[in-house]
Ligand binder design. Structure first.
Ligand code: TMP
Ligand code: ASP
Length: 242
């Protein structure tokens, strides 16, 4: 299929969004080289970050396709762009944790690296002005960010199913999937689709043997070798998927 980029719609922290000529049901995503942390208080970038992340995101959407996970990816364009089905993003960050790290480890004073007996799903309200706070199911319903408890249950079920597929994939790539964040959107036909991206920006990935961090925590925590780590994740995924 031939797609043509149309007007600029929106710029986020890591992507620019454009419309698609003659197809109002699709949007064009350009992955930038920028990276931010702590609600954009810390800003950085590295060469080809957008290229690496576009490639990782596309590999993962295509991997999930075989399990009939509904997602927004349609086609890759050039080096750092993709066309996706347009959705209304549900303003919830759906976080799944297999191992405690980051904000929840801190909140409950758990040692980072504590293995959970079963995966934990948490919702955070996507609202930059508020710093994306944690929300309970009832709070999400009060805020009307989800249409019903049934929809919240569906998001949790989809996230847990995706978690099982991703654990298997990353395990083959010698990576431990510590935690990750998903976003979902509602398409024109009302179907809920996995949207946004799954990349080292949105996951914690530790080397299976050494526990070395290979994700955005290298940037958040000033650990260096960010590009090498993202590139390493891409190469490992390529080696198990091709
Ligand atoms: P957290 O431990 O800081 O709550 O992060 C949980 C997971 O969600 C981690 O894999 C990083 C990812 N994440 C995002 O993708 N975007 C965000 O804005 C935040 C805070 C976390
Ligand atoms: N994505 C968020 C930000 O830019 C937070 C994070 O990933 O740490 O600022």
């Amino acid at each position: 299929m031939n797609f043509e980029k149309s007007e600029f719609l929106y710029e986020g922290k890591a992507k620019r969004i454009f419309s698609v000529v003659g197809d109002s049901g699709k949007v064009w995503l350009e992955f930038k080289d920028d990276l931010t942390a702590f609600n954009a208080e810390k800003k950085g970038s590295f060469k080809d970050k957008g290229v690496i992340n576009r490639n990782i995101a596309s590999l993962i959407f295509n991997y999930l396709q075989q399990f009939q996970v509904p997602h927004h990816w349609v086609a890759d364009i050039g080096e750092r762009e993709m066309v996706v089905n347009k959705v209304n993003i549900i303003p919830l960050e759906v976080v799944v944790r297999n191992v405690l790290a980051g904000s929840t480890a801190k909140k409950f004073a758990f040692e980072e690296g504590t293995l959970l007996e079963k995966p934990l799903v948490e919702f955070f309200y996507k609202k930059d002005e508020l710093g994306d706070p944690f929300v309970s199911d009832d709070q999400a319903l009060m805020l009307k960010v989800a249409s019903s408890q049934q929809q919240l249950n569906q998001l949790k079920a989809m996230a847990l199913e995706i978690n099982q597929y991703l654990i298997q994939l990353f395990d083959k790539a010698s990576l431990k999937l510590v935690d990750f964040k998903l976003e979902f959107g509602v398409a024109a036909d009302k179907k809920v689709l996995l949207a946004d991206e799954i990349t080292p920006d949105s996951c914690r990935l530790w080397d299976k043997e050494t526990n070395e961090k290979m994700d955005k925590d290298r940037f958040r925590r000033g650990l260096g070798n960010i590009r090498e780590s993202y590139q390493g994740v891409l190469e490992r995924l390529r080696s198990v998927l091709n």
